[in-house]
Design a protein around this ligand. Structure first.
Ligand code: NAD
Length: 472
């Protein structure tokens, strides 16, 4: 432990010194590091796939879609592309001049500017479910804003963690960017230090620990947490319903087997539509994965024994077990849980009060789809709400009457790749946002600058006070 403390302290001192030296502030340094991340991913994609397979049984195609492609494409819509091509403009906001007319008359003549400046030395905690992209995405933001950085990958994805620890120093400026591996003991030591920003992706439980540690040093935090993301399925039919079911199935089972913060937790649907929904979901599961849980070679496994037992325990509740209409079997040895559908499990069961984070999908039936708004509002604010509907009035109603990190109409999980949109939660699903320009802002301080000349003095601003100055 003493060795960890010494290492953390040494790393931090070095990073602070290098930040103060101005090493990371220039546009060229930032662009070079961002390009190096592109190179790192492109040149080591096979190794990344291998590590993701070892940690989560993630299929390379899924790994490509969720973990490497978003940083591979230099397009305007990719996080890295957006930052590389627009970085000069973000930084040039230093030159954003607020028109003289917008300043208080009392200050005439004056010029106002906003200068985005890096925060300093920042600490990033990544989580295990998307262990590469959820480490690199915030790192891209921190670099683009000109900070020095420590990334702490999750110990629950050890192959990805050691890959990052080994590869990052080979590609990125080791004097400004470091990877520190370890579990909660290391995390606690890191949290004892003073940082200029902490960016945390993980559970609300650890989020609270992060916030109280940060409070000691008045360190700003961004918390990317989770929660229960609902689907509202309105009365669709025919091909619309089929498309909806495919997108629900892909979002539930096809993204880390439901171990995703913006993954679908449960579906709200009118009672009369439930039987056809269940049948279509079953059909979709069989098309995706076949029928035998032992043959599930393209669905992720549960990350470890503890999480596996946690999800199995959720299913053991007698009321929940009785609500299983598909699946429910598991392979303990390989930590696989069969895609499972529940119909109307008890609402007070743990499965309906805790984040499921696994391949189990409860369907909750309602008399009218409008009741879904009250259902959602009676629970903590979700990270995302997914609504499948063609009804414009209902869309507006959901937007006006619910609160969540995001609302997605007629699809699932796609918001993560839209870098023009802020990504983040509200209430218990977290606070702060990132992606694209929002990442740059999250890791910057917008310094207000006011420039005056020595010309023109307005005497009413100064004593001695008199009636004329009061009326002025
Ligand atoms: P976690 O909170 O258990 O762990 C996250 C990090 O916290 C790890 O690096 C871990 O080392 C560290 N940690 C653990 N115990 C600690 C302690 N006592 N003190 C200090 N640090 C500690 O989260 P997880 O299980 O890895 O991830 C699952 C959760 O993360 C889910 O709730 C999910 O919804 C959420 N999540 C959110 C996002 C998002 O972008 N909003 C993305 C992925 C996951």
């Amino acid at each position: 432990m003493e060795e960890i403390v010494a290492r953390v302290g040494k790393n931090l001192a070095e990073l602070r010194q290098n930040f103060r030296s101005g090493r990371t502030r220039g546009l060229e340094w930032r662009k070079t590091q961002l390009r190096a991340i592109l190179k790192l991913v492109a040149e080591n994609e096979d190794e990344i796939f291998e590590a993701l397979n070892r940690d989560l049984g993630k299929h390379p195609a899924e790994a490509y879609r969720d973990e490497t492609s978003s940083s591979n494409y230099i397009t305007e819509s990719s996080c890295l592309g957006l930052l590389s091509s627009f970085l000069p403009r973000f930084m040039a906001e230093a030159a954003t001049v607020v028109l003289v007319g917008k300043l208080p008359l009392l200050l005439f003549p004056a010029k106002a500017e906003v200068l985005p400046e890096p925060l300093g030395v920042v600490l990033i905690f990544a989580s295990w479910n998307f262990p590469i992209s959820l480490a690199l995405d915030p790192l891209i933001g921190a670099i683009s804003a000109g900070n020095t950085v420590v990334v702490k990958p999750s110990e629950l994805a050890p192959a990805c963690s050691s890959f990052l620890a080994r590869i990052v120093p080979l590609y990125l400026d080791n004097k400004a960017i470091k990877v520190v591996e370890g579990g909660s003991d290391v995390a606690e030591k890191l949290l004892e230090q003073k940082w200029d920003k902490i960016f945390f992706t993980g559970s609300a439980r650890v989020g609270r620990i992060i916030m109280s540690a940060a409070a000691k040093h008045l360190t700003p935090v961004t918390l990317e947490l989770g929660g229960k993301c609902p689907i509202i399925l309105d009365s669709l039919s025919g091909s619309d319903l089929k498309v909806a079911v495919k997108r629900i199935s892909g979002g539930k089972w096809g993204a880390c087997a439901g171990q995703a913060c913006i993954g679908i937790d449960y579906v709200l649907v009118q009672q009369k539509l439930a039987p056809v929904l269940v049948e279509l979901l079953k059909k979709c599961i069989k098309t995706f994965y076949g029928e035998n849980v032992k043959n599930l070679n393209s669905i992720c496994r549960i990350v470890n024994k503890n999480h596996f037992e946690r999800v199995c325990n959720l299913l053991e509740d007698p009321g929940v077990a009785a609500s299983i209409v598909y699946g429910g079997s598991f392979d303990k040895q390989n930590l696989l849980i069969e895609p499972t559908i529940l119909l109307d499990p008890p609402l007070d069961a743990d499965i309906m009060t805790e984040e499921i984070f696994g391949p189990v999908l409860p369907i909750i039936t309602l008399n009218e789809v409008e009741e879904s708004i009250e259902f959602i509002n009676a629970r903590p604010k979700p990270l995302a709400i997914y609504v499948f509907t063609k009804n414009k009035t209902f869309k507006e109603k959901v937007l006006q009457e619910t609160s969540s990190g995001s609302v997605i109409f007629n699809d699932t999980m796609i918001q993560f790749i839209c870098d023009g949109l802020p990504f983040g939660g509200v209430g218990q699903s977290g606070f702060g946002r990132y992606h694209g320009k929002y990442s740059f802002d999250t890791f910057s301080h917008e310094k207000a600058i006011l420039k005056r000349s020595f010309f023109l003095e307005l005497e009413p601003r100064y004593p001695p006070w008199n009636g004329f100055k009061l009326e002025f």
